[in-house]
Design a protein around this ligand. Sequence first.
Ligand code: SAM
Length: 234
Amino acid sequence: MSSNKEEIENFDKYAHEWWNKRGPYKLLHNLTPVRVKYIKEYTDFKNKKILDIGCGGGLLSEVMAEAGGDVTGIDASRETIKIAKNHAKEKKLKIDYKKNTLEEFIKTNKKKYDFVICFEMIEHVSNQDDLIKNLLKVCKKDSKVFFSTINRNILSFIFAKIIAEYVLHLVPKNTHTYEKFIKPSELNTLLENNGFKTIDITGVKFNPLSQSFKLSSFTEINYFLTAELNKREN
Ligand SMILES: C[S@@+](CC[C@H](N)C(=O)[O-])C[C@H]1O[C@@H](n2cnc3c(N)ncnc32)[C@H](O)[C@@H]1O
């Protein structure tokens, strides 16, 4: 079981805030242009089959659908998916949202996706290895999987946990559990053990004054990682 009950209850509680640009998800709103820039190195989204796992309120799903992507968004939080569905309907966007974890989704899903996105979600699941194993079932030979998450070290503890949650209140308290932060090398090992290979790791730098982000070689706090199937094994 990869989902964590307390984490999902916390996401249910703040679901109504997803589209409030000044609310608890402000930083994710600010991060979205950088995420789009990162993924656009690989695709323009047009007519691509994309699975957004842990899609939240749909901040990224909507951008990809607007650009012509055929987007499916899944999330374990019932309240979050309701908000995502309503918002897409208001914007007249066709996005297939489902209240599912990945392990629930693969029980009935037969589709394979060109691009699979796991943004800011692997640090919220109980069993990260199960998540990666299940990714195999939605990938085809040339799929790309994108992660963005938080490194685990003293700097990320101070900035992503203490300062963000308790000092500047940039995200709600208890959003993150330090032990679930994952080093790029650990994520790389999990991926390698499950038949994937890492093709890129890029850091993200946060400017606390403008509260904006930019891509960087600095991976000590937030980072992106892109993987594909290891063709030697598959
Ligand atoms: C920090 S939010 C990120 C949302 C979105 N990916 C984004 O970056 O804008 C994490 C999301 O992952 C969802 N989530 C956590 N564990 C999950 C799981 N096991 N399966 C599916 N969704 C999960 C939460 O409900 C929440 O909406």
